[in-house]
Design a binder for this molecule. Structure first.
Ligand code: BG6
Length: 489
């Protein structure tokens, strides 16, 4: 287990960027408010902008003002955060600025250091090398990396190699922000904190699994990045495959970095390839055209982008985890932009009872039990059961489907909805890598995704159009209908 001392210094590269302003600085504020930042922690922001400390503190204040609701804002907390924060402009390709950064790191550190690279991944290798060259890296320094780690296996390997030339794997914290979500951790709690589900959690009792991450937004000014990526690389390679791992993995011996990640990698390595042989049968890609989102007319993807494109904004597929537990169970994965709802959910459909004792009409009503784990926009768990329909009937008992529904927000007295980086920062500062992605996981996921992308290319598959505000191309429905299943909507 790679738990180490809490960090004494957080170095945030890319400190003036969008992610920093929307998520990272507000998360640090929330940790400060809850007394979870180690007292000795100093924060050193850095980016290309030649800001002075006052300028950066103003930016921190603004970002907190925008993101933290007014009733949660407290001047004392803000001052405490600002008091531990400073800024130094630096650019990876300007050696003197990196030397200055390295020497400031040396002055500020009182023990462990966490260096968060929230820059474009193409700078990761150079940033690590520059910090090492100027003497800032040594034992007790760890590095946190944002996605995407590459756009295929080859580029991911290159980035991982470059970072590994400076840091040991145990000191590398690769972010998948889904793992920082309360709902995702709750999935782990549900599976491994309850005796109820484990005996049922296999092909013997589960007929199909659906994982949907639906977004209503389009590409929101990120067209240049997104167009080189698409739904497969932007969402499926990381967030959906991580969810699949958590659903399908064997119980780890402990909730610690090695045990959990050892189980996840086994799932990734058991994924049956979808390649040129079965890409057309087992996957569907789409691209949104003009339509409506939330009742408002919105342009299509190519209009937003301003040029023609064959990038997919929707992907649906039928995956299989080829091992004893899951043999024969389809895992349907689906994600897309400009879908009708924002929703992240995992749906487990159990097999029907083997035989109906009720006969006649009631027997015909017999349906599957289903477990629905909703991660977004709310966290809920729902279980559908068959129950007797109230009343009398000459034919005997009539059954109908009822739902048990648990809303975590209500259950836990409307606990504040957290930004996933609160958990991720807390863990990275404390040196706990359980909720971060290991190199072998990223690379196994890329290997699987590369085969799929090559399969699309070889099969000449192009994204099918779907109007914004719909559930993707009709072919996504036929994809699973062929196995006599239907998407949960
Ligand atoms: C990011 C993707 O990783 O996840 C975005 O790059 C996507 O395209 C986002 O919108 C979704 O995250 P969340 O937390 O809003 O579900």
């Amino acid at each position: 287990m790679s738990r180490t001392e809490a960090a004494s210094l957080l170095v945030l590269l890319g400190a003036t960027g969008d992610l920093s302003q929307r998520m990272l600085l507000p998360s640090l504020y929330s940790l400060e408010a809850e007394g979870l930042l180690p007292p000795q922690l100093r924060i050193l922001g850095s980016a290309r902008s030649p800001l002075d400390r006052e300028g950066f503190l103003r930016l921190v204040t603004e970002s907190i003002g925008e993101r933290i609701p007014e009733n949660e804002r407290d001047d004392g907390v803000l001052h405490a955060l600002l008091a531990r924060t400073e800024y130094l402009g630096a650019s990876v390709d300007e050696a003197p600025t990196m030397a200055a950064l390295a020497s400031r790191i040396a002055q500020l550190r009182r023990g462990e250091v966490l260096c968060h690279l929230s820059t474009s991944p193409r700078f990761y290798g150079a940033a690590c090398a520059a910090l090492a060259e100027h003497g800032a890296v040594g034992p007790g320094m760890r590095v946190m990396l944002e996605k995407p780690i590459g756009h295929d296996l080859a580029s991911a390997t290159e980035i991982n190699d470059a970072v590994a030339a400076v840091f040991d794997e145990d000191s590398i914290y690769r972010v998948d922000h889904y793992l920082g979500k309360e709902g995702v951790q709750n999935l782990i709690a549900l599976r491994f904190g309850n005796a109820l589900f484990e005996p049922l959690w296999s092909a013997r009792h589960i007929e199909q699994v659906q994982i949907t991450v639906a977004e209503t937004v389009g590409v929101e000014g990120r067209g240049d990045y997104y167009d080189g990526s698409g739904a497969l690389r932007d969402m499926l390679q990381n967030h959906l495959l991580q969810l699949l791992c958590l659903v399908a993995m064997e119980p780890p011996a402990r909730f610690d970095p090695s045990a959990v990640r050892n189980e996840k990698i086994k799932v990734l390595r058991s994924l049956r390839p979808i390649d040129r042989g079965n890409a057309a049968a087992d996957s569907v890609i789409g691209q949104y055209t003009a339509g409506a989102s939330g009742g408002v007319a919105v342009p299509g993807y190519v209009e937003e982008l301003g040029r023609p494109s064959r990038t997919e904004t929707f992907v649906a597929l039928r995956a299989h985890v080829d091992n004893w537990r899951w043999s024969g169970v389809p895992f349907y994965l689906r994600t897309g932009k400009r879908l009708p709802l924002r929703s992240t959910e995992i749906f487990i459909q159990f097999r029907k009872v083997p035989y109906s004792i009720f006969g006649g009409a009631a027997g015909a009503d017999m349906q599957h039990n289903g477990l629905l784990i909703t991660l977004q926009p709310e966290e809920r768990i729902g279980l559908t059961l068959m129950s007797k329909t109230p009343g009398l009937d000459r034919q005997g008992l009539r059954l109908s489907k009822v739902a048990l529904d648990l809303d975590f927000h209500q259950e836990f007295n409307h606990a504040r909805r957290r930004i996933s980086y609160e958990r991720l920062y807390l863990d990275a500062i404390e040196g706990n890598g359980t909720l971060f992605v290991r190199r072998d996981e990223t690379e196994a996921a890329w290997q699987w995704v590369d085969a799929l992308a090559a399969g699309w290319r070889d099969a000449g598959m192009l994204p099918r159009p779907y109007p914004a505000g719909t559930w993707g191309p009709a072919a996504a429905v036929s994809l699973i209908d062929r196995s006599r299943h239907a998407w949960r909507e």
